[in-house]
Structures are given as C-alpha cells and as structure tokens.
Design a protein around this ligand. Structure first.
Ligand code: HEC
Length: 569
C-alpha cells in the first residue's frame, strides 16, 4: 500500500515535471521578447509599433501592442543576439531613448526577455508626419491640396512644409522641380536630358504653397493632425524589414520568386537582386548601359510561371530583359528602332499570356508591344489611336467624357491573351484585342482617377490603384464593368492593387506608410502600419504559397524590403 502510493506519487511527480518542462518549452518557444507599453497620458497603450533591429545584421522585426498594451515577439522571429529597440506611435517617442540615445536588449536561447517601454509626448510632431497627414492638416481647398499631393513622388511633403519660400520665390523652385526626372530623390537628383516644359508653373499652386509653409513664421498656421494608431485586427501582424546593401538603394519593386527568394530592382541604378528572407543575405546583378545620358534604373521586375525574372529597361531604350534564375543568364530584346525614341519609357511588363507572348508598354511613346520570345518579333499597338501626344483637342471621348490627355502606365493580360493598360493621364482602362488588335477605352467611374499599377486576378478581373483620387478600382474584363472602393485614410494615393488567393485585395501608396487589406465581400479595410516613416510604397506582391498569404512591399525611399504577415484573429 505504502509502496504503491509511493510509486503512484513518483509517477505523479514525474508527470508534473514533464508537464512543467513542456509548458516551459512551449513558453520559451513562444516568446523571445515581451513587455507593456505605457505613457502618463494614456496608461496602457494599444497600437504602438515596437521594432527590434539586429545590432549586427540587416533585419528588423516589428510587432504591435495589443488592447492590453502588451507587445510580444515570437521566439522563432528573433534569433538570440543583441537588438536595438525603437517604436512608432504618432505624437510619442520612447522615454528612455531621450536620455540614452537608444534602447538595446538581448535575446537568449530558451529565455523570455522582459522589457517594459515608457513613452513620452514628443516635442517635434512635424518630424513624424506622413505626406497624407500633412495634407489632412493643411488648410486649403480640395483642388489646392490635389496639386500639392502631386508633389509627393521624389520626396515627401516635409521639405515643402518646412521651406521658407514666399509667393515670389516659389515659382523658381517649382520650375526647378520640373527639370528632375521621376527616379530623382533629394540626395540624388537626375536632370532631364530634354528641355523642361515651357511656361511658368501654376500660379494658384505657388500662391497656395506660400500660405502653408514657414515663410515669415516659425510655426505652421494650422494644427498638425495625425491619423489614429492601429487597433484590433491592424495590431495582429508581424513585419520583417530587410536593409539592402549599397549606399543609395532605391528598390522600386519587389516580386516573390518561386524558390523562396524575393527579387527587387533599383530605380536609379541598372541593378536587380534577390533576397533570402531567412537570412537577409542578398545577391545582385547589373545590366549594361544602353543610353548613357538617361537614367539607368528600372520601374519593375516580374516573375513568370517558371520563376524567371523580367525587367523592362525603362529609360534605357525600349528593351526587355529576361533573367533565367536557374542558369543566371540574360536574354535581351529591343523593339524595332522606329519605335525606340528619345521619348520611350518602356517601364512595364505583363506575363501570363496563354501563348507565351509577353506584353510591354511604352508610356512615353503611348504604345503596347507584344513580344514573341521564340522569334523575337514584336507586334506594336497604338494605345490611343488618333491621339496626338499633348494635343488636347485630339483626346478621346469615352462615355460622354473627354479626357485631358492620355498616357499608358501599368499593364496586364487576361487568360485569353488580350492586353490591358491603365491610362494614367486619361482616367481610362484600355483593352487591346489579342486577335484583331482593336483598342477600346473604358472610363473609370471617377474622372481623372490616375489608374496606375495593375494586376489581373485568376478570374480575369483587372485591379488597379487610382493614384490621383486615392481609391482602388476593378475592371471586370468579362462583363466590361468597373467598381471602385475607397480606403479609409484620405490622400492615400493608392498605387498598385493586387488580389491574393483568399480573395483579399491589397494596396499601398507613396503618401502613407500603410499596407491596406480590403475584403471585397464587405468592402472593409484593415490598415497595417509600417514602422518606417516615408517608406514611399509603389508595389505590393503576395506570396500565395503561405496560409494566410504573405505580403511584400519595397520601401523605395528607405532602401528596404518588407514582409508583412497578418496573424489570424
Ligand atoms: C520629379 C521629382 C520631384 C518632384 C515631383 C518634386 N520635387 Fe521637389 N525636389 C526634387 C529634388 C531632386 C530635390 C533636391 C534638389 C533641389 O532642391 O532641386 C527637391 C527638393 C525640394 C525642396 C527642398 C529644397 C529647397 O529648395 O528648399 C522643396 C521645398 C521642394 N523640392 C518642393 C517641391 C514641390 C512644392 C513640389 C511639387 C510642386 C515638388 N518639390 C515636386 C524632386 C522633385
């Protein structure tokens, strides 16, 4: 009896020990770093982005505090090592960092590091504002703000708002902007080899600019507004950012490969590369200079169904490069010389045509090309038949609406091989019939919507960002009907739009640091905030091999790629 009970007790103890050990393991497996985020003003704070950057390494992982103010990093996301901790929470900064410059911590194998974070109101809200928040804060009519909004491309609005130009000196500055080419950034301006457009800049814009900057005053004549912090579903996400090598990397696009790698291209240099998301290691290749006086970088990189990379050379001649990712060899095609002009900007490519042809657009020459890769032959289509570039009188009328002009931008192809393009200047979607070559234009519901980057989904629905009006649109190529949705943040400048395998639709823009997820059934949006200010986002790609799908963006102005993993609710 005694013996039995002793044996039984031992068994129980062993079981208890095992349970403790298991739960211990479980716990260690689960959380590497955790803590509570508080401030005097709010107590426990939801929606604070907490980032841990490898002290030596290119990766930075970000999580968001929940409704109890708790943030936690799963152990499989932080390798043991030293990390620098930063936060993003509008109008706040990290209290300890104010005194010590930065906050660092270590993560050890099998242990949970506890680190509570105290936030303090910042004295410099202006340095935290996104361009969309500047636009929301500034006074002015919708029309005036729309003009200011168009300045957000090469840089955010902070230099504009912090400038001291008055009504007399603004025109010279705005005129100088007209000479910079699209891939320019403040640190690296690229002048146009062509003469700038004639005439003085828009006087209503320059007069407006003088009313909102620091001309003759030390502070802004309006309150600085910030968007609310993430809450609920928007806090359930893990974001991993990767620093790219090199001094001034401007990764314009990111594209998910088939081999676990993620591909990117550079906007100013003739470089493309691949990133290993597990380690942050990169490998890069460069392309030859074909037009020395013109910018060398590229707009896009896309991956075909065999996993090969396609790169249109943009300013560098109307040229298309295919990079075989297995043999690491390049094949190059150039359009017939009569179509390869000084104006050519062959920046976009569309893959997936059933017959193996590949489409490329020339936004400067307003053409669509269809390449037959086996023979090297290009079919050429006028995107806007009858339209003479910049002769507004010849602009095409669609559904009783006359466009201001036309310009081909992002392109796509449906399951029957018909070509599609976004007419960014005209606010229409174009369709090129694969058999007859006939071009038809369909107006977007909102005029002058600036349709920009596009993606064809598996049901032949053609998605696009309506950049100029901050909406997203969809052209159903079967019913030839359009639909639009509006993300909640104003001035979001939706740029690309893509649908994932679950049906969710994703978009980003240059003026906010949000990654927007939209449920087409309910029209509901979730806004995931990036930890990096002024990331300047233009491309979103989805990795459908994971469940739920993983989202990738390129932070063009910050030289980083970012992986967004929404967590189940
Ligand atoms: C095509 C790219 C591009 C666009 C679009 C652009 N800028 Fe700039 N901006 C630059 C570059 C490059 C620099 C740095 C070189 C320079 O100062 O000219 C700059 C610098 C600035 C500066 C800081 C330098 C200074 O003179 O104070 C201000 C202010 C500015 N831009 C205002 C504007 C305004 C206003 C608009 C919209 C009307 C605009 N920018 C649109 C490229 C651009």
């Amino acid at each position: 009896m005694r013996l039995n009970s002793f044996a039984g007790g031992k068994k129980l103890l062993a079981l208890l020990a095992l349970a403790l050990l298991l739960s211990g393991c479980e716990h260690a497996k689960k959380v590497a770093l955790t803590g509570r985020v508080t401030s005097t003003e709010e107590g426990l704070m939801e929606g604070v982005l907490v980032s841990a950057k490898q002290a030596e390494g290119p990766m930075r992982v970000t999580v968001v505090s929940d409704s109890k103010g708790v943030y936690s990093f799963p152990a499989d996301r932080l390798e043991p090592g030293d990390y620098d901790i930063t936060i993003r929470a509008a109008t706040y900064e990290l209290y300890d960092a104010i005194h010590t410059g930065k906050i660092s911590t270590s993560v050890r194998t099998g242990e949970t590091t506890n680190l509570d974070l105290k936030l303090k109101k910042t004295a410099d809200v202006a340095s935290q504002l996104t361009s969309a928040e500047w636009l929301e804060s500034a006074p002015g009519s919708e029309q005036e703000k729309s003009k200011l909004f168009r300045c957000v491309a090469c840089h955010d609005l902070a230099p504009v708002m912090k400038s001291k130009y008055d009504e007399k000196s603004w025109p010279t500055t705005v005129k100088r902007m007209e000479n910079w080419l699209a891939p320019s950034v403040i640190q690296s301006p690229l002048p146009s080899p062509l003469p700038p457009p004639e005439g003085a800049p828009d006087a209503t814009l320059t007069a407006y600019l003088a009313t909102i900057n620091l001309n003759g005053r030390n502070t802004w004549p309006f309150a600085l507004k910030t968007f609310p912090r993430p809450k609920g579903a928007a806090t359930r996400v893990i974001i991993t950012e990767y620093d790219l090598p090199g001094k001034l990397r401007l990764p314009h696009d990111v594209a998910v490969g088939h081999d676990g790698f993620v591909w990117y291209n550079d906007f100013q240099q003739p470089i493309f590369g691949k990133l290993d998301p597990r380690t942050g290691a990169t490998k890069e290749w460069s392309l030859p200079i074909l037009r020395p006086k013109y910018p060398q970088g590229m707009l896009t990189i896309k991956i075909d169904k065999e996993g090969n990379a396609w790169l249109p050379r943009f300013f560098q001649g109307c040229t298309l490069v295919k990079f075989d990712t297995k043999t690491e060899t390049k094949t190059t095609w150039r359009v017939p010389s009569e179509f390869d002009t000084d104006q050519s900007r062959c920046g976009h490519v569309a893959l997936g045509a059933p017959d193996g042809t590949v489409w490329m657009s020339d936004s400067g020459g307003r053409k669509m090309f269809r390449l037959h890769p086996d023979t090297g032959r290009f079919d050429t289509f006028d995107s806007f038949p009858g339209y003479v570039a910049d002769k507004k009188a010849t602009a095409i009328e669609t559904a009783g609406r006359k466009s201001k002009g036309h310009r081909t931008y992002g392109i796509g192809v449906d399951s029957e091989g018909n070509g599609y393009f976004a007419d960014i200047a005209g606010g229409t979607i174009g369709r090129v019939d694969a058999k007859t070559g006939e071009v038809q234009l369909f107006p977007t519901p909102t005029p002058d919507s600036g349709p920009r980057r596009t993606n064809m989904d598996r049901e032949d629905k053609y998605w696009f960002g309506e950049n100029y009006v901050s909406k997203i649109g969809m052209f159903d190529t079967k019913t030839r009907t359009m639909k639009e949705w509006t993300p909640p943040t104003p001035w979001n400048g939706a740029y690309p739009t893509v649908r994932d395998k679950t049906g969710a639709v994703w978009t980003v823009g240059m003026s906010t640091d949000y990654i927007y997820r939209m449920d087409p059934a309910s029209g509901e949006f979730t806004e995931y905030l990036l930890p990096t200010l002024n990331a300047n986002l233009r491309r979103v790609d989805v990795d459908n091999s994971t469940t739920p799908p993983t989202i990738w963006v390129a932070e063009v102005h910050q030289g980083k790629l970012a992986k967004i993993e929404p967590l189940p609710n």
